[in-house]
Ligand binder design. Structure first.
Ligand code: GAL
Length: 420
C-alpha cells in the first residue's frame, strides 16, 4: 500500500535542522541538549525489557548522548497518546516518540508534526535493510518519516498449558467451532475460558473474529473502503464475537491487557487473545507454562503492526534523536530490542537462531503469511477511527446491541475512512 496524501511541506525547519546537524562543535541542534527524551508506553515487563535493550545499544552507539525515559504506562498507548497529543499541540515535543507504521503515522505526518528523514534512510542503508513492502508502507509522497523497530503480530491466542490440559483440551482449535468447544471445556472446569480486558483489547478480539468470518482480503477492505460494515461477514462476526464475550471475565472493562494476562498466569483463565508482546512479557515475568496458536480460522493470516520512531518538529536535540533513530534501524539495535520484546525484527538480515522460540516461529510465519493490518494498533486506521472503534466496542461490552455496534462502526468508517 502506498499513501498518496499530500505531505505537509516543512522545508524551512528541515533545512534548519540539517544545518544544525552538520555544524561543527555543537551536536545539539543549537539548544545545548545532549539528552534524548524517548516517549513510549513501554513502562513494565517485556515492553520495558525491550526498551532497555534498545537503550543499551544506544549507549554503545551514541557516546555523549543520554537517554531520558519519557514512558507513560498503559497498554497500547491508552494514556500515552493523549499526553503526547497535548505536548505536540503545545509545541513541547519529546525528542522522539513511538508511532505505529501505517495510518496512525499518517496522522502525525499530515499534521506536520514530524520531519522527513528520507536522506538519513539513504545514509544509514535502511532502504536495503527493510523489506520493500514495509518501505512502501512507510513512504508518503516519496518521503519517509519514521524508523520501524519491529514487526508485531496481533492475532495470537495465548494459553496456560496446565489449565487447558486439565480441562481435557488436547489440540489447538483450528476454527471457531472447535474454539467454542474448547471454551466449553474450560467453563465446565470453573475457570474463565477467555480472559479479556477493556475496549482496545476487545477490538483486537473482534478484529480476529472478523478475519475469520470475512477472510483476509475482505477484512483489509473494511479499512480501505472496499468492504462495507454491513457486509454479512461482519454481521456473522458480531454474532460470533457476542458468543465469545459470554466466555470472558465480567470485570473485563476495568482491565488492561496485563491484568487479563495475570489471570492466565494465575491459572484462573485458559486463553487470551493478545499481540505477541505477551510472549516477551510472560518470559520477563518468569511464566513458562504457556502455549500459543493463531486465532482459530485465521489460517496463515498475519495481522501485523510495527512500532516506529520519529523525529518530531521542534525536538530539542535532533542530532541525538538521529543517533537514536539510527540505532533503532541498526542490526544491533533491532536484535537488542526484539529478542526482549516478543516482536520480530523489521530488518531482513536477522538470524532466527539469535531469537527465543516464539519469535523463531513468528519469523517463519511472516515469510509465507498473508499480511493484514490492525486498527487497534494503528496500521489499518487513524487515531480518530481507532478511538471511535474503541468506544463502539466499549459500549457493546455493556449493551450487547448488535445494531448499535454496526451503526457506530459504519459511522466511524464514514467519518474517518475517506481521508485518502
Ligand atoms: C501496541 C504496541 C506494542 C505493545 C502493545 C501493548 O500498540 O505496538 O509494542 O506495546 O501496544 O502495550
Amino acid at each position: 500500500m502506498r499513501f498518496t496524501r499530500a505531505a505537509v511541506a516543512a522545508v524551512g525547519i528541515a533545512a534548519l535542522l540539517t544545518t544544525a546537524a552538520c555544524g561543527s562543535g555543537d551536536d545539539s541542534g543549537g539548544t545545548g541538549s545532549t539528552k534524548v527524551e524517548v516517549f513510549t508506553w513501554w513502562a513494565d515487563g517485556g515492553e520495558k525489557a525491550g526498551l532497555d535493550g534498545l537503550v543499551s545499544a544506544f549507549g554503545t552507539a551514541c557516546a555523549g548522548q543520554t537517554f531520558e525515559n519519557g514512558a507513560v504506562a498503559g497498554g497500547a498507548g491508552a494514556n500515552a497518546k493523549s499526553v503526547l497529543a497535548s505536548r505536540l499541540q503545545q509545541n513541547t515535543p519529546p525528542d522522539t516518540f513511538q508511532a505505529h507504521a501505517g495510518a496512525e503515522l499518517l496522522d502525525y505526518i499530515d499534521a506536520g508534526q514530524v520531519e522527513d528523514i528520507s536522506a538519513d534512510y539513504d545514509s544509514w542503508g535502511l532502504k536495503k535493510a527493510f523489506p520493500q513492502g514495509l518501505i512502501d508502507n512507510l513512504t508518503v509522497d516519496g518521503k519517509i518519516y519514521s524508523v520501524p523497530a519491529n514487526i508485531h503480530r496481533a492475532n495470537v491466542v495465548w494459553s496456560n498449558k496446565k489449565v487447558t490440559t486439565a480441562a481435557g483440551i488436547t489440540a489447538d482449535p483450528k476454527d471457531l467451532n472447535e474454539f467454542f468447544a474448547a471454551l466449553d471445556k474450560l467453563k465446565a472446569k470453573g475457570v474463565t475460558p477467555l480472559a479479556v480486558g477493556k475496549d482496545w483489547t476487545q477490538l483486537m478480539l473482534f478484529e480476529s473474529v472478523l478475519i475469520t468470518d470475512l477472510g483476509p482480503e475482505k477484512f483489509t477492505g473494511l479499512w480501505n473502503g472496499t468492504t462495507p460494515w454491513n457486509d454479512p461477514g461482519v454481521t456473522k462476526g458480531i454474532a460470533d464475537f457476542k458468543k465469545l464475550l459470554s466466555y470472558t471475565n465480567k470485570d473485563r472493562d476495568a482491565l488492561d491487557w496485563t491484568d487479563a494476562e495475570k489471570q492466565i498466569m494465575d491459572g484462573k483463565a485458559g486463553y487470551q487473545l493478545m499481540g505477541d508482546w505477551e510472549a516477551a512479557d510472560l518470559d520477563a515475568k518468569g511464566f513458562k507454562d504457556y502455549a500459543w496458536f493463531t486465532f482459530p480460522g485465521n489460517g496463515t493470516t498475519f495481522q501485523w503492526l510495527a512500532d516506529s520512531f520519529v523525529l518530531p518538529k521542534g525536538a530539542k536535540n535532533p542530532e541525538g534523536t538521529k543517533c537514536w533513530l539510527k540505532t533503532v534501524g541498526s542490526a544491533e539495535g533491532q536484535k537488542a530490542f526484539n529478542t526482549k520484546k516478543g516482536s520480530i525484527p523489521a530488518r531482513t538480515d536477522a538470524s532466527p537462531a539469535d531469537y527465543p522460540k516464539y519469535q523463531q516461529a513468528a519469523m517463519a510465519d511472516w515469510k509465507s503469511a498473508k499480511p493484514v493490518p490492525s486498527c487497534a494498533h494503528g496500521s489499518a486506521c487513524s487515531q480518530g477511527w481507532q478511538g471511535a472503534a474503541n468506544s463502539a466496542l466499549g459500549a457493546y461490552s455493556t449493551n450487547q446491541d448488535d445494531a448499535a455496534l454496526t451503526k457506530a462502526l459504519t459511522a466511524a468508517a464514514e467519518q474517518f475512512g475517506k481521508k485518502k
